[in-house]
Design a protein around this ligand. Structure first.
Ligand code: ATP
Length: 245
């Protein structure tokens, strides 16, 4: 098994030749949870999309399980799953249909393991995805991704539209599964403190650049530094850029 499941070096990517993220370095090892934090428009989603090959790189490299990035469907086959912020569900299909579709190899054992993490889903077996609550839809999207036994899981704004209580339950479930199964996780989150509480490391992006990075526990200790990075104090952005150069 490679030491790092995902290795991103100097990633620059964007739209119409305008970078939305510049010079991103990131490494995720087995069982590690790394959060990408930052305000709206910071470049978090673009970073995830570039990591799975859905937005082309303008420069830099991405290695997945020790090999260069390929086409998005090849990445999925290699074991990298993206749960997009719109959850990617088919509203007319039931919970059971989604779980059946998601299985790479039919495995009742795997389904049991995943369902134990999200017991609420088991009770909703025949409910159509479009009739689920936001939290239930999110659980289904993540459960479906986990069923295919990913090596790497990229989750974009899981908490979008969810009550903090649901996020509080779901983030630890993802972290525990990552630790137990050695899955590398990249979380894009708006709930900074909840994300840091389940992460090993985190990067704060602002205006398409990394302005702060470190161990999640250290970032949690220094709120003023975190807030300055998050809200983009120019003074901190300058210091942050210096520190990272
Ligand atoms: P949010 O939380 O609002 O999704 P984000 O940190 O994920 O923010 P991105 O969605 O990556 O940020 O957006 C970064 C920048 O790229 C923004 O300025 C945004 O307007 C721009 N952008 C995003 N998607 C596109 C697109 N399809 N075409 C052109 N510009 C885009």
């Amino acid at each position: 098994m490679p030491d790092s499941l995902l290795k991103v070096d100097g990633l620059t990517a964007g739209y119409n030749r305008v970078p939305a993220i510049r010079d991103l370095d990131l490494e995720v090892g087995p069982g590690e949870v790394v959060s990408l934090l930052g305000p709206n428009g910071a470049g978090k989603t673009t970073s995830l999309l570039a990591m799975v090959g859905l937005v082309p790189l303008m420069s830099g490299t991405v290695e997945v399980l020790g090999e260069p990035l390929g086409k998005p469907h090849h990445m999925a086959r290699r074991g990298m799953m993206l749960v997009p912020d719109d959850r990617g569900l088919f509203f007319g299909l039931t919970v059971r249909d989604h779980l059946r579709l998601a299985r790479r190899r039919p495995s009742a054992e795997r389904e049991t393991v995943v369902m134990e993490r999200f017991p609420a889903l088991a009770r909703l077996d025949s409910r159509k995805a479009g009739l689920l609550s936001g939290g239930e839809q999110q659980m289904l999207a993540i459960a479906a991704a986990l069923l295919s036994e990913p090596r790497l899981l990229l989750v974009d704004e899981m908490s979008l539209g969810l009550a903090p209580k649901i996020v509080q339950d779901m983030l630890p479930a993802i972290r525990d599964l990552a630790k137990e199964e050695g899955i590398g996780v990249v979380l894009v989150e708006q709930h900074v403190e909840l994300a840091l509480a389940v992460s090993d490391r985190a990067l704060v992006l602002n205006h398409g650049r990394v302005v702060l990075a470190g161990a999640a526990a250290d970032l949690l200790k220094d709120r003023s530094q975190l807030e300055a990075a998050y809200f983009g104090s120019d003074e901190f952005a300058d210091r942050g850029a210096e520190a990272m150069s």
